[in-house]
Design a binder for this molecule. Structure first.
Ligand SMILES: C[S@@+](CC[C@H](N)C(=O)[O-])C[C@H]1O[C@@H](n2cnc3c(N)ncnc32)[C@H](O)[C@@H]1O
Length: 458
């Protein structure tokens, strides 16, 4: 890989004696990892069933390095949302958000969903997770990952930080800003970032990051935590942005957080006249641990205005008659009916996170847990409904083994033969939900979504 000359020159000046080790890391293979999804399975249980060569990632509870021969993205467990493949250093940021069940959490720059799925795992389906992505195509991918991981308390939007800031002032307990950056820390993983690098782009990124951070800051409640992260080394995009933000917003301070021993410290000496506390921010270096480059700052809002009495809540479904076919379905299929505030968007039925604010005039990709489609007199359950359930919640399930011919057939969209009472079956792989099937006349009709089906031979 040919690294940009100006970039190398700059890093040489910054790193001095460490520079040789830093450059050497580009000639080494990078590590690969995934996070086990605690909404589906604990890390301990996963280890027992894992077909992969796993090694614990020390800085993340559910994180594992996997072997170079492993292909976790092509295993049925991936479709069942048992894990999320994520660059190991990037897992440190989600860990530091430290969200608690029941809180209000925003992930502002969220696609494809690494931090969102990490945060959701910690929230344990309780509270409100607003996950946003500005680019429409990327927002769709984010939404699919929310679905695959079986997240029930998230709303996915496709908005600008400015428009969200107007709607949610002083509202969130925690905010993740994983800002778009020049990607210097990802050159090993993403050669495009390397090709696009220029000093001018670093400056453009820094200005954009500052703007995003300003909007994020207004959405945090007093006492709340904001985690800012990038996957780049440039001081302009890291200590520079944080320093300017802290100086402009003296009601914020940099938090001293517990870090893993291989993590480095922020470098106030790399910028001029930095705000106090920059040494408490975190730098992760590829020559110091098994991961790519990252920067993380954890901020606390000391005081400010809290979201006030003027909150406007979402208009939810009041006409329960519309839900007749839904209740008929849940009675036939489930042991307990999911209840709460419903929203009908055209024919699409959603269950909303508790006390959700109005999303009127915002671009919403997924307003909550998608339950299914209400057609004239019948209800068709969605894929997200299946992935948000487990085998203990349903009357009928059909479990396939992960190494069986049947699971490949199911994931390719084929019908299976089966015996049992007529109706909807929760399909499982080794006991973990993966989709729907509908049984009648000994045929289990395939309801695995067309767009997700496996293609090819094997
Ligand atoms: C580093 S990536 C996020 C990765 C994600 N958090 C994850 O862990 O999977 C940054 C995201 O910010 C988005 N973005 C780009 N410009 C933006 C802007 N002006 N405001 C907000 N987000 C922006 C990009 O589309 C990109 O998806």
């Amino acid at each position: 890989m040919e690294l940009p000359k100006d970039f190398l020159e700059k890093m040489k000046n910054l790193l001095d004696e460490e520079y040789e080790d830093f450059v050497k890391s580009y000639h080494e293979n990078r590590s690969h990892g995934f996070r086990v999804n605690p909404l589906k399975i604990s890390a301990e249980e996963f280890k027992k069933i894992s077909p992969f060569n796993l090694e614990k990632i020390p800085w993340v509870k559910e994180g594992f390095f996997y072997g170079t021969e492993d292909r976790p993205g092509k295993h049925p467990y991936h479709e069942a949302g048992l894990y999320y493949i994520q660059e190991p250093s990037a897992m440190a940021a989600g860990e530091l958000v430290d969200p608690q069940p029941g809180e209000r959490v925003l992930d502002l720059c969220a696609a494809p969903g690494g931090k969102t799925t990490h945060i959701a795992g910690k929230m344990q389906q309780q509270g409100f997770l607003l996950t946003n992505e500005i680019h429409p195509a990327r927002a769709k991918v984010l939404s699919q990952n929310v679905e695959r991981m079986g997240i029930r308390n998230a709303v996915v939007t496709n908005e600008t930080p400015a428009r969200l800031a107007q709607r949610f002032p002083g509202y969130f307990d925690r905010i993740m800003v994983d800002a778009p950056c020049s990607g210097e820390g990802m050159f090993r993983k993403d050669p495009d970032a390397c090709a696009e690098w220029s000093p001018e782009n670093v400056a453009v990124c820094a200005a954009r990051q500052f703007d995003i951070l300003e909007h994020a800051g207004t959405m945090l409640r007093p006492g709340g935590r904001l985690v800012y992260s990038t996957c780049t080394f440039s001081p302009e995009e890291n200590e520079g942005v944080i320093s300017k933000f802290i100086k402009d917003n003296p009601n914020f301070e940099i938090e001293d957080v517990q870090v893993y021993e291989g993590f480095g410290k922020g470098r106030p000496d790399w910028i001029s006249d930095g705000a106090s506390g920059l040494g408490k921010t975190i730098r992760i270096w590829p020559h110091q641990l098994q991961g790519e480059g990252h920067y993380i700052a954890v901020l606390r809002k000391k005081d400010g205005d809290e979201a006030g009495g003027k909150l406007k809540y979402a208009k939810t479904l009041s006409d329960q008659k519309v839900l007749k076919s839904y209740y008929q379905f849940t009675e036939e299929t489930l042991l307990e009916t999911p209840k709460g505030e419903f929203l009908l968007f055209g024919e699409q039925l959603y269950l909303l996170p508790k006390e959700m604010l109005s999303l009127e005039n915002l671009k919403v990709v997924r307003p909550g847990w998608h339950l299914g489609t209400i057609k004239k007199n019948r209800f068709e359950p969605s894929h997200a409904f299946a992935l948000g359930l487990n085998g203990e919640q349903v009357k009928h399930k059909w479990s396939l083994l992960s190494d069986s011919r049947e699971i490949s057939a199911y994931l390719k969209g084929e019908a299976l033969t089966a015996e049992g009472p007529k109706g909807w079956y929760l399909m499982e792989v080794d006991g973990y939900s993966i989709g729907w099937g509908k049984l009648s006349d000994h045929i289990l009709k395939n309801h695995f979504p067309k767009g997700l089906r496996w293609t090819g031979i094997g």
